[in-house]
Design a binder for this molecule. Structure first.
Ligand SMILES: [Mn+2]
Length: 337
């Protein structure tokens, strides 16, 4: 009989990993999942491809083992991810166990925070500063997407992976790597993608809908936002600002704001790209950076966080004050080079 340990070992081998500590972690979590039934899988608010891809892949895997499992999210699932939930209607059961995927902090449960934050038993994630409190945690900050970790867990559990599950995991990984082009991509990322492609998934279609396709509102918003582009720190820092008026006049949805934050960083010579957008109590800032600026450290100065090359934070002060504090911090980080 193939054991969890043997299956975990095989999955790690496929990834080119021979790390016993890591394998033991996978085994522990896989065994705990195998003991569970009536499981609620939690994804983060304003859901992206990684949190949803992980949640639905894990849910499908659990169901393939005869278990009852549902996915829940504080916010509505954007249409582009609806393929993930096809045929995954909620099952009626009394929830007994709670698992979080790709959720870095309790408040990211959104309006579900108070109800679930103290119930999470297993937390699977890849955000370095994960602050979820759970008896079992597997936070692999080397994973480009939590989807990489979920793939290993499903393998270790002996769950059935079918075309739909593989599509969810591919979408998870493709989303968080900008289609395999960010600095978080490792050989493991590609090796797992190879395994997923064996299920005859439609990669081109998934990538187009998740990464390239834009709505008219999104493009109109982009057009307006581009006119605000400003440069600081000898053109090593670029800032784009989205205003309330722009959102109103283009009728853009929160989803339409995605994608804009990659623009300032894409300019030649820019080490740190900043995108500012209004929120009810101030400004939300998205940072994209290169090697010279650690986005996570920059945002941590203002109470935010994220990854080395992509992070975010919020400001309650005026636009000018917020921008000045940010640009000053970037300038300081650049001068330490
Ligand atoms: Mn993620």
């Amino acid at each position: 009989m193939a054991t969890v340990k043997k299956r975990a070992k095989k999955a790690l081998k496929i990834c080119g990993m021979a790390d016993n500590d890591y394998r033991n972690k996978i085994v522990t979590i896989a065994k705990a999942l195998l003991k569970m039934d009536n499981v609620v899988i939690l994804s983060h608010r304003a859901p992206d491809g990684d949190t949803l891809g992980c949640a639905f892949a894990l849910c499908r895997g659990m169901r393939s083992l005869g278990k009852k499992a549902n996915v829940i999210c504080a916010d509505e699932i954007p249409a582009k991810y609806s393929f993930m939930s096809e045929g995954m209607e909620n099952q009626p059961f009394e929830a007994k166990h709670f698992v979080s995927v790709d959720i870095a902090a309790p408040h990211l449960l959104g309006k579900l925070t108070d109800e679930y934050k103290d119930k999470i038993e297993i937390c699977v994630d890849h955000h370095l500063n994960n602050s979820i409190e759970a008896p079992l945690k597997l936070v692999d900050s080397k994973a480009a997407a939590t989807g990489e970790v979920i793939w290993m867990l499903l393998c270790a559990m002996g769950a059935a992976i079918d075309k739909e599950t593989a599509s969810c995991l591919f979408a998870a990984i493709s989303t968080d790597t900008g289609c395999f082009k960010y600095s978080n991509v490792t050989p493991r990322t590609h090796l797992i993608a190879v395994e997923l492609m064996k299920y005859d998934i439609d990669c081109a279609n998934i990538n187009f809908h998740l990464l390239d396709e834009v709505s008219q509102a999104q493009l109109e918003l982009k057009k307006l936002a581009l006119t605000t582009l400003e440069y600081y720190c000898d053109s090593q820092c670029a800032v784009i600002t989205i205003t309330e008026d722009m959102i109103k006049s283009t009728n853009a949805s929160p989803e339409d704001l995605d994608g804009i934050s990659n623009i300032p960083r894409s300019v030649n010579g820019v080490e740190c790209g900043i995108t500012m957008r209004p929120i009810p109590d101030g400004w939300k800032v998205s940072v994209r950076s290169s090697e010279k600026v650690n986005a996570s450290e920059l945002c941590a100065k203002f109470g935010g966080g994220g990854h080395k090359a992509a992070a975010g934070c919020k400001f309650s002060e005026s636009y000018e004050d917020a921008k000045k504090r940010l640009v000053d911090a970037v300038s300081e980080m650049l001068s330490q080079q």
